[in-house]
Design a protein around this ligand. Structure first.
Ligand code: TXA
Ligand code: MG
Length: 327
């Protein structure tokens, strides 16, 4: 089996080598504070095409363009709106993506033909160093196969995409653990497209109430927001309350992803606790790793306990709902 090359990002020359691969049209998986990205030169359509192939991602699903700072962002998208300036100032670098009218420099393959582009300035120092060294913006979706759980560690990427990319830069575990929040600034009011690492409450305290994107067949504005996503191969269901209340079949091997301690943990074949202390940040950082661990155990099913939908809890519940949607 061919195995992906993994380089410790802090090793001498690792980032420089990764940047060289990007400049030559190759694919590099790199750490961001949210999840690992599968990156290519955003200005090179052939390189971006390789991302779609590697992930088996449908071409209708546009890709986020990662830039080093607001000034570079402005070369790729139109960011002069008041709301854009407020959000960039307060939340960049960090887990917030802005969808704005695109500039011509962005090839259509990146935006799946849309007239808008999603822009993000990641906070992870390795991501920023890579963008700077590459001398170009980096188009990057999460570095997982389409519709599977997002990767928060270099080895997740190496296991899944081992022969489909040129290099994995290892920058440790992603600290936020859940993808960026996406806001569209293309209509008359800011609109939330995806809950994520920047809590909605923080955005609304600055901008007032945000519109919510509602999915409908004639509004393919967030084509990546598919109902089934982030999904384990083991069927996962979102419990109505505590997994303690669930009926299990005799001999059934069930894993539990929990928020509160269980009264009867012995009923479950495996248990993952999102956070011992009820901390949403810890829970978000653990979510995808916990799902991947449960998914490796050959369980009959996984049950997840709902978490309160405040702060990052909203983004966690969004992922659990999509993960629990049947194929
Ligand atoms: O935290 C993140 O955002 C991570 C890291 C790697 O930066 N990236 C990420 O990319 O989650 P991806 O491709 O897994 O999810 C990006 C989402 C997709 O749902 C896509 O449809 C949406 O962003 N998107 C990208 N461009 C868009 C556009 N122009 N309009 C609407 N949605 C867009
Ligand atoms: Mg993704």
């Amino acid at each position: 089996m061919v195995s992906a090359r993994i380089l410790e990002a802090s090793d001498n020359g690792a980032v420089a080598e990764a940047a060289e691969i990007i400049r030559r049209g190759g694919l590099v998986a790199f750490p961001t504070e949210t999840v690992y990205g599968l990156g290519a030169d955003a200005r090179n359509p052939l390189a971006v095409a390789r991302i779609f192939e590697a992930k088996q991602r449908p071409r209708i699903d546009p890709i986020i363009v990662h830039v080093a700072d607001s000034e570079e962002a402005n070369a790729y998208g139109e960011l002069s709106q008041e709301a854009a300036r407020i959000l960039m100032e307060r939340f960049w670098p960090g887990p917030l993506t802005l969808v704005v009218p695109k500039r011509d420099i962005v090839p259509p393959i990146v935006t799946a033909g849309l007239e808008t582009v999603a822009l993000r300035v990641p906070a992870h120092p390795v991501a920023r160093a890579l963008i700077r060294r590459s001398g170009t913006a980096i188009a990057a979706p999460s570095a997982n196969l389409f519709s599977y759980v997002s990767p928060t560690e270099a080895r997740h990427v190496a296991q899944e995409l081992f022969d489909k990319l040129d290099l994995v830069l290892d920058g440790g575990r992603s600290q936020v653990g859940i993808e960026s929040t996406i806001i569209a600034l293309t209509g008359s009011r800011p609109c939330l497209l995806r809950a994520g690492g920047t809590p909605i409450e923080e955005l609304e305290s600055l901008l007032g109430k945000l519109d919510r994107f509602t999915e409908s067949p004639d509004r393919p504005l967030a084509p990546g927001q598919l109902k089934r996503h982030y999904a384990t191969r083991t069927p996962l269901e979102l419990a109505a309350g505590s997994p303690d209340d669930l009926l299990l079949q005799p001999g059934e091997k069930v894993g539990a992803l929990i928020w509160n301690p269980l009264d009867h943990p012995e009923r479950f074949a495996a248990i993952e606790i999102l956070s011992q202390s009820g901390d949403f940040r810890e829970a978000a950082a653990n979510l995808f790793g916990a799902l991947r661990r449960l998914d490796r155990l050959g369980l009959d099913r996984i049950v997840a306990e709902p978490v309160p939908e405040v702060g990052l809890g909203t983004a966690i519940m969004d992922r659990l709902r999509r993960c629990s949607t049947p194929a």
